[in-house]
Design a protein around this ligand. Structure first.
Ligand code: ADP
Length: 259
């Protein structure tokens, strides 16, 4: 618990620092991109390749700062009751496109799934991040299974093993048959900016974003992996129904609202 708290504080601090830098950096990048564009309009064909390379690098840098801002910005959230099976079903087309032909994608939807209370956009992001990572871990194809199920975690040993408080959860499991991770890597994957991917491919912000989203919704994420034997991410989202919306002063007396 101490470690988790320290980790959370560290991420908050890095988050505010990063958003400050990203904001200013983004403005400067805009200036660079503007001048490159002007030069591209003016220059002879012979000089264009290098300039195009600059434009490409600037675009990747802009992409990175946008991700950084999205990561650290306190976005306005709209928590509602979400059925994870619904959410996954609506993500199937984009998921299929992301993983391509060589990966066998399976969706195992649990029966009579409870709802969870969360921001749907954030949950979309969680799923997409995990899917992209699984894809990257299976460059020569493999199997990706996304599974949902209801889970009641009992007190005592059960809660200790799961590392969550006793209670009702909707569990989302994303497992792949990819390269897996050694212990040292597993310990660092939720840290912002930790990546083993090539420059320009990985930002190291995917799983730290996922971690942050789950912290906000009172959930948790656990990882099990072995090098060469794939990875399994287990997400626990507390069962819940939408909190009643507190409305401003009603415009009509209650007895006129009918019923
Ligand atoms: P990024 O994808 O930009 O590197 P993430 O925070 O999403 O950032 O992931 C951090 C690192 O965790 C990855 O670079 C990779 O080393 C490791 N990782 C994440 N998911 C998996 C997976 N499914 N299989 C193997 N390694 C993974």
């Amino acid at each position: 618990a101490q470690d988790q708290l320290r980790q959370a504080q560290k991420m908050d601090a890095i988050g505010s620092l990063a958003s400050g830098i990203a904001h200013d950096f983004n403005n400067l990048l805009g200036v660079i991109q503007g001048y490159v564009e002007i030069l591209l309009d003016d220059l002879s064909v012979a000089d264009r390749d290098e300039l195009q390379a600059i434009a490409g690098a600037a675009e990747r840098a802009a992409d990175l700062t946008r991700q950084l801002l999205a990561f650290s910005r306190k976005q306005p959230l709209n928590p509602t009751a979400v059925d994870l099976n619904d959410l996954l079903t609506s993500l199937i087309p984009i998921t299929r496109r992301l993983v391509g032909e060589d990966i066998d994608l399976r969706l195992v939807a649990g029966d009579s799934l409870w709802t969870v209370v969360a921001d749907r956009g954030q949950l979309d992001q969680v799923v997409i991040n995990l899917v992209v990572n699984a894809r990257d871990a299976m460059p020569r194809g493999g199997q990706l299974v996304i599974e949902t199920r209801n889970l009641t975690v009992g007190a005592g040993a059960e809660a200790r093993v799961a590392g969550v408080r006793p209670g009702d959860y909707v569990m989302l499991v994303v497992s792949d048959t990819g390269v897996g991770m050694d212990r040292a890597t597993q310990e660092r994957v939720f840290e912002p900016f930790f990546t083993t991917k090539d420059v320009g491919r990985g930002t190291g912000l995917g799983l730290s974003t996922v971690f942050g989203v789950l912290k906000q919704s009172g959930g948790a994420i656990r990882l099990a992996s072995e090098p060469g034997r794939g990875a399994t991410f287990r997400i626990y989202l507390p069962r819940g129904t939408a909190a009643p919306v507190v409305k401003a002063a009603p415009t009509a007396p209650a007895e006129m609202a009918g019923g």
